[in-house]
Write a protein that binds this ligand. Structure first.
Ligand SMILES: Nc1ncnc2c1ncn2[C@@H]1O[C@H](COP(=O)(O)OP(=O)(O)O)[C@@H](O)[C@H]1O
Ligand SMILES: Cc1ncc(Cc2csc(CCOP(=O)(O)OP(=O)(O)O)c2C)c(N)n1
Length: 569
C-alpha cells in the first residue's frame, strides 16, 4: 500500500524537471551543490542534458548564448548566494543584450532570511536579482512550480527578450503532492513570443520616407539575427538595393562578401547617409548614440524597427518608428514596397563601392603579413581563410585588439555564426559561449580569444574536454592585457599591472585535460592547426604567439579611457 501511495505522489524535484521538459527545454547549464545537486542528478536521469561547469558565470553565459541561438530561454542552474551571485553577471549581460535566459537558483528558507537569522548561504536573492533582469519570481509551493516556470519562460521570450530570475527555496524540492494533481498543475506556454504586427500607418510613413531617400542605409543589429527572419531581411536588402551595415552579431545575415555590404566603407556611409533604417539595432555607444561626427554634419532621418516601444527616441528623434517584431515589420515593408521599388541613385552606391574597394585592397595587403612574431593581421588573415572554408563553424570572439580586428577581418557567411562581447563589451563570455554553441548546434566552434579575455573563463577548458566538444580555441598570446610591453612605473620588482608571464604555454592547459594543445608562431602553422582541429572535432587549444608590441591599449575604444589631468606625483 505504501509503495502504491508513493507512486501516486510527485515532488518539487520532479515537477521542476517535468515543467521544463513540457516546454521543450532539454538542456541545463549549471554547477551542482546544496540545495540543487539532486536536481541536477534527477534531471540527467530523466533524459535532460546537464552541462556542469567550473564557475557559474560561464554556465550563465552559456545559457544566454543558447537563448540567442535557439529563441528558447537558456537555463542556468546554481546553488544559493555565492553561486547565484556568480550567475548574476551573466543574467545582467543577457538582459543588456536581449538574450532570453532563466537563472534558476536554490535559496535559503524565507523564514530565516526574512529574520536575518543567519542561514547557510543566506541571501535575499529575489530582491538582489531584480535590478539586473527583466523579471524575477519565487515559488514557495510545489503546486505553483508549473505556473512559476511558465511565467519565467514567457517573461524571458516575449517582447524584448532578456534575463529572468527564478528563486526556488531548498524546502520546495522535497514538498510532495498527488502525482495527477501535479501533472495538472504544469503549464505548457502557448506562443511565448507572440508576433507583434506594426500599425499599417507606421509602415506607410516609413516607406514614404524611404522612397524619398537619396542616400539610404540599412543597419542590421543583433536583434535582426535573433529574430530568425533571415529570408525577409535578405529580401528587404536585395529588393530595395539599399546598402547595409551589419553590427558584429548580425554579420552573416547576408554574407559579408555581399555586393551591398557597406562594412568596408562604414565611416563613409554613417556620415553620408540621409535616411537610416535601424533593424534590431540600438543607437547606443556602439553607434555613437546616433549623433556627433560619426554621423556627419547633415541631419539624418531614422526609421527604427524594434519590438520595444520605449527604445524609440532613446538617443535621437526617430522620424518613422515601426514597433513590432522584426519578421512582421519587414514583411509589412516588403508588402508595401511592391515589385517596382526604385533602387538608390548610382551616385550613392557607386561612391560606396569605390571606398569599399580601396579599403579592402588596403586590408588585403596587411592580411598577408609574414611578420615574425605574428601580428594581429597576419594571424587573423589565416583564421579568415579557415572560416571561409567552413562557413558552418561558429565563431566566438573576445579581447580588445583581438576583438576589434577580428570583427572586420573575419567574414561571416551565415546568420547567427558570430557570438561576441556584445553591447556590454564584457570579457569572460568566451568559453561559456563556446560550450553553448557546440552543445546547441553540434557545429565546429572557433573561439578567437585575447589572452587576457581567455583568462576569465579558461578553467572551462576542462569542461570542454570532459564533454569532448568540437571547440578550437585560438589564444592571441601577446603576454598581457592589450599588449605585453607595459613597464613597471615604480621601478620596483613587481611586473606592470597589465603584463603576464612571458611566453606562457596556454596549450599545456588543454593537454592537461586530454585535449590537443599546440603552439603556432606563423600564420601557416595557425591555419594548419585549425584545419586539423576542425577535421578531428577534438578539443584543441592553439597558443598563437603574437608580437607583444602589436595593437593598441583597449583596441578601438582607447578613447573611452579617462585622461589624467594632474601630473602631481
Ligand atoms: N524579435 C525582435 N523583433 C524586433 N526587435 C527585436 C527583436 N529581438 C530583439 N529586438 C531588439 O533588437 C535590439 C538589439 O539591439 P542591440 O543589442 O543594440 O543590437 P546591436 O548591438 O547589434 O546593434 C533591441 O533594441 C531589441 O529590443
Ligand atoms: C569583466 C570585464 N573585466 C574587464 C574588462 C576590461 C577589458 C576590456 S578588453 C580586456 C582584455 C584585453 O586583453 P586581451 O589580451 O584579451 O586583448 P588583446 O590582446 O588586445 O586582444 C579587458 C580586461 C571588461 N571589458 N570586462
Amino acid at each position: 500500500v505504501v509503495e502504491q501511495q508513493q507512486e501516486q505522489l510527485t515532488d518539487g524535484f520532479h515537477l521542476v524537471i517535468d515543467a521544463l521538459k513540457l516546454n521543450d527545454i532539454d538542456t541545463i547549464f549549471g554547477l551542482p551543490g546544496i540545495p540543487i545537486t539532486d536536481l541536477t542528478r534527477l534531471a540527467q536521469a530523466e533524459g535532460m542534458r546537464v552541462i556542469s561547469f567550473r564557475h557559474e558565470q560561464n554556465a550563465g553565459h552559456a545559457a544566454a548564448a543558447a537563448g540567442f541561438l535557439t529563441q528558447k530561454p537558456g537555463i542556468c542552474l546554481t546553488v544559493s548566494a555565492p553561486g547565484f551571485l556568480n550567475g548574476l553577471t551573466a543574467l545582467a549581460n543577457a538582459t543588456v543584450n536581449c538574450f532570453p535566459m532563466i537563472l534558476i537558483s536554490g535559496s535559503s528558507e524565507r523564514e530565516i532570511v526574512d529574520l536575518a537569522q543567519g542561514d547557510y548561504e543566506e541571501m535575499d536573492q529575489l530582491n538582489a536579482a531584480k535590478p539586473f533582469c527583466k523579471a524575477a519570481f519565487r515559488v514557495l509551493h510545489a503546486q505553483d512550480i508549473g505556473i512559476g516556470i511558465a511565467r519565467a519562460i514567457r517573461a524571458a521570450c516575449s517582447g524584448r527578450p532578456g534575463g529572468v530570475y527564478l528563486d526556488l527555496p531548498a524546502k520546495l524540492f522535497s514538498q510532495t503532492m498527488e502525482a495527477e494533481a501535479g501533472r495538472r498543475s504544469l503549464v505548457k506556454v502557448q506562443d511565448p513570443a507572440p508576433r507583434q504586427l506594426p500599425a499599417p500607418d507606421t509602415v506607410a510613413r516609413a516607406l514614404e520616407l524611404l522612397k524619398g531617400a537619396k542616400r539610404p542605409l540599412i543597419l542590421l543589429g543583433k536583434g535582426a539575427a535573433y529574430a530568425q527572419a533571415d529570408t525577409e531581411i535578405r529580401e528587404l536588402v536585395e529588393r530595395s538595393g539599399i546598402p547595409y551595415l551589419p553590427m558584429s552579431m548580425a554579420k552573416g545575415l547576408l554574407p559579408d562578401t555581399h555586393v551591398q555590404s557597406a562594412a568596408a566603407a562604414r565611416s563613409y556611409v554613417l556620415a553620408e547617409a540621409d535616411v537610416v533604417v535601424l533593424v534590431g539595432a540600438r543607437l547606443n555607444w556602439l553607434l555613437s548614440h546616433g549623433k556627433g561626427k560619426t554621423w556627419g554634419a547633415e541631419p539624418k532621418k531614422f526609421i527604427q524597427i524594434d519590438i520595444s516601444p520605449t527604445e524609440i527616441d532613446s538617443n535621437v528623434p526617430i522620424s518613422a518608428p515601426l514597433v513590432g517584431d522584426i519578421g512582421s515589420c519587414v514583411s509589412a515593408l516588403l508588402a508595401g514596397m511592391g515589385s517596382g521599388w526604385q533602387k538608390p541613385p548610382a551616385e550613392w552606391t557607386g561612391a560606396i563601392a569605390q571606398r569599399k574597394d580601396k579599403n579592402l585592397s588596403k586590408m588585403a595587403q596587411t592580411l598577408e603579413s609574414k611578420a615574425f612574431p605574428m601580428n594581429f593581421h597576419g594571424a587573423l588573415g589565416a583564421i579568415r581563410k579557415v572560416v571561409q572554408e567552413r562557413p558552418d563553424a561558429i565563431v566566438v570572439n573576445e579581447g580588445a585588439n583581438t576583438l576589434d580586428f577580428a570583427r572586420s577581418i573575419v567574414d561571416m557567411y551565415e546568420p547567427r555564426k558570430r557570438l561576441d562581447v556584445g553591447t556590454w563589451g564584457v570579457m569572460g563570455i568566451g568559453m561559456g559561449f563556446a560550450v553553448a554553441a557546440a552543445v546547441t548546434t553540434g557545429k565546429p566552434v572557433i573561439a578567437i580569444e585575447g589572452d587576457s579575455a581567455f583568462g576569465f573563463s579558461g578553467m572551462e577548458v576542462e569542461t570542454i574536454c570532459r564533454y569532448q566538444l568540437p571547440v578550437c580555441i585560438v589564444i592571441f598570446n601577446n603576454n598581457g592585457v592589450y599588449k605585453g610591453t607595459d613597464v613597471n612605473q615604480t621601478g620596483g620588482a613587481d611586473p606592470a599591472p597589465t603584463v603576464f608571464v612571458k611566453d606562457a604555454r596556454y596549450d599545456l592547459m588543454m593537454t592537461a585535460f586530454g585535449g590537443h594543445g599546440v603552439t603556432a608562431t606563423t600564420p601557416d602553422e595557425l591555419g594548419r592547426a585549425m584545419r586539423e582541429a576542425i577535421a578531428s572535432g577534438r578539443p584543441t587549444l592553439i597558443n598563437a604567439v603574437i608580437d607583444e608590441t602589436a595593437g593598441t591599449e583597449s583596441g578601438r575604444i582607447t578613447n573611452l579611457n579617462p585622461t589624467r589631468a594632474a601630473t602631481k606625483k
